[in-house]
Write a protein that binds this ligand. Structure first.
Ligand SMILES: Cc1cc2nc3c(=O)[nH]c(=O)nc-3n(C[C@H](O)[C@H](O)[C@H](O)COP(=O)(O)OP(=O)(O)OC[C@H]3O[C@@H](n4cnc5c(N)ncnc54)[C@H](O)[C@@H]3O)c2cc1C
Length: 438
């Protein structure tokens, strides 16, 4: 399938003509990719977003609330989705990945793999298919908490509002119960991967982050005790569209959480894991402590930290949260987590650095503030993209006409990712202009 030729202009170059495409490829449809897309499209450029998941929005749509204002991320995201829907200059492909990028500023050739969704645009999200589907898979959107059927809608607000089938959990044509029940002819179990080619003038890499794998930290009990969870799981537990419909319950027994310990730098600032600070984990734990207090006015939250890092005006957010006398902090490193079977609670053993006391705290829930890892760590990115030792993009060493935005460059908050994406859109536009003048 040919890519968008719209926007191509012929430019004199030593007596020859060559095409400069007024179009931009954006790899990754999180907040950074979406911001870059709407900024560039509203400036008059054709934009194509390539997103590997079945929905746009990235990690932000998995959060319950945003610090510092504690508003739901979906408010702002809905406005962006409306800007995408209303702008014919933006195209997007979900379940898609870039296979190759070649060329030069103004004229790149891109090959994109479109993975089969097995569900077409006729899907009305009526849910009849889910009711008859016999197969299950772990709910990836909820970080494995709960299950979905093999045919699923990633979450209630998913954009596009279209089901997808996880082929690894489905017998496809050997079962086909979903096809029989779908009144709209929306399911095609014979769909195959396709390759699409695009011509673009510039590329923006906005591939974002994934959570550090907490099961690699051997002293903090993740994977051993069900009541040890990670910060991203806490976002889903508190979310009304999460596995417990927003009730913060102990995974082990479903009882309401009365006390939680948050462990900062779980696998961060540690050469055996992530050597760097993700910069947002302290703020995320302070925010998540307010989730617990909002749900249960009697609950207590305790944060163990090495340094409580709340830079700039985020300091005011920290001060506001810590006015709550049910939220307390200790400067100290947690040595280990064990379980007291008689009490049915976790025991957090830590050292209070300031008093030199050792503490043994029984709690219902432990939340590990694990850090952010570049999605480029899996080594799959195509094109001339230079990475640092932690797999974040080094803009200055990447190819001309290829820019990065948001957490592809480092662990950032949303405000920084949005600013950075706006700058990347401007740089991409400038690169196309410059190519047109050469
Ligand atoms: C626990 C926690 C809580 C947080 N809470 C807040 C908060 O309250 N406020 C705040 O400001 N920040 C918060 N953050 C930070 C916030 O999540 C990031 O700033 C934000 O997600 C960055 O957006 P992004 O678009 O750069 O990356 P992402 O959100 O990761 O989006 C990247 C997108 O690219 C896609 N992608 C990846 N690789 C490919 C590929 N090869 N091809 C195609 N698509 C690809 C991904 O599927 C994803 O959709 C929090 C972070 C954590 C860990």
């Amino acid at each position: 399938m040919a890519g968008p030729a719209a926007g191509a202009t012929m430019t004199p170059e030593t007596g020859q003509q060559r095409s400069v495409y007024r179009s931009i490829l954006i790899v990754g449809g999180g907040i950074a990719g979406i911001t870059a897309a709407v900024e560039a499209a509203e400036a008059g450029y054709d934009v194509t977003i390539i997103e590997k998941e079945p929905y746009l929005g990235g990690r932000v749509v998995q959060l319950y609330k945003y610090f510092p204002k504690l508003c739901p991320p979906y408010c702002g995201m809905e406005i962006n989705f409306r800007r995408i829907k209303d702008n014919p200059q933006i195209r997007f492909h979900t379940m898609a990945e870039v296979e190759s990028i070649s060329g030069r500023p103004g004229n790149f050739d891109v090959a994109v793999r479109l993975n089969p969704r097995y569900v077409n645009d006729r899907c009305t999200a009526c849910n009849a298919c889910v009711a008859v589907c016999p197969s299950e898979r772990p709910n990836a959107f909820n970080f494995g908490m709960g299950k979905t059927k093999a045919i699923y809608l990633a979450h209630e607000m998913a954009f596009p509002m279209k089901y997808a089938i996880d082929a690894s959990a489905c017998r496809l044509t050997e079962c086909a119960k979903c096809v029989e029940v779908c009144e709209y002819g929306a399911i095609d179990l014979t769909m195959q991967p396709q390759t699409m080619t695009l011509k673009v003038g510039a590329v923006i890499i906005a591939t974002g982050w994934k959570p550090y794998d907490a099961s690699r930290i051997d002293n903090l009990g993740f994977g051993k005790y069900p009541d040890v969870i990670t910060n991203v799981m806490m976002e889903r537990l508190a979310a009304p569209n999460g596995p417990t419909k927003g009730k913060i319950l102990r995974p082990s027994n479903g009882q309401e959480v009365q006390s939680a310990v948050f462990i900062q730098c779980a696998g961060s600032r540690d050469v055996s894991h992530l050597g760097y600070c993700s910069g947002i984990c302290c703020l995320a734990s302070l925010k998540e402590a307010t989730y617990l207090r909002e749900r249960n006015p009697n609950a207590r939250a305790h944060i163990f930290y090495i340094d409580l890092r709340t830079p700039g005006t985020y300091e005011f957010f920290s001060q506001k949260v810590l006015k709550d006398d049910h939220i307390t902090v200790t400067k100290g490193k947690v040595a280990k987590i064990t379980e007291d079977p008689a009490m049915g609670r976790l025991i957090v053993e830590a050292e209070d650095i300031l008093s030199a006391d050792k503490t043994r705290l029984p709690v219902d829930l432990v939340v590990l503030a694990s850090g952010m890892v570049s999605n480029l760590a899996d080594g799959k990115m195509a094109g001339a993209v230079a990475l640092d030792k932690d797999h974040f993009v080094v803009q200055a060493e990447s190819g001309e006409g290829i820019f990065a935005a948001g957490c592809a460059k480092g662990p950032f908050d949303v405000a920084t990712s949005v600013q950075d994406a706006t700058a990347a859109a401007a740089q991409a536009i400038e690169a196309i202009h410059t190519a047109g003048r050469r």
